[in-house]
Write a protein that binds this ligand. Sequence first.
Ligand SMILES: [Zn+2]
Length: 214
Amino acid sequence: MAGLAVAVVNHAGIPTAVAPRPTPVTPRSAEGALEELLAGNARYVANRPTSGQRDVRALRSQTEDTQTPFAAVLGCADSRVPVELVFDQSIGQLFVTRVAGNFATPEIIASLEYGVAVLKVRTILVLGHAHCGAVKAAMKTESVPGQISSLYAPLRQAVQQSGGDVEKAVMINARLQADLLRTSSTVIHEAVAARHLTVAAGVYDLVSGKVTIV
Ligand SMILES: [Zn+2]
């Protein structure tokens, strides 16, 4: 499919050239999907994103009745990790689940299973990030208001294996949650076995913007 054309006009409003709009990339292989996520992240890191040039009004119309995201992401609720921006993607491209501490609950797994079984996403990336408040809180296990402490138990194993190092706990947690997705869900397990899906773990650096697969 050709990229959408954009008319370029001079100061008098007369069209002078036609510049191509970026064509959306919709990889349909498991390896290609993870590669596109990382390529989008590289554009974001280099401060050369292209998703902002997409016509969101057209995208909203095109996706009114259907969605075909190529990747799913399990990310943290943290405001500093906006998933579509981090991977330079737009409407209809990512199927995103978020919870503080980016861990897999039954509801998160069910949502990702929908992404795999129905929407046919080709990769799931569990995305932890540096300076994660949920991980720090789980390490301290201090008394907190409301139900915030319910975040502690799912992060306990990573905290125990980290030796008290927050950034190590973030990395271990991303790996453990990716393992949990591969083993606890028959839908995900079978898609991986059939090579229709990859499940990966990554960590996001708040300053550089880079996602590193761990
Ligand atoms: Zn976090």
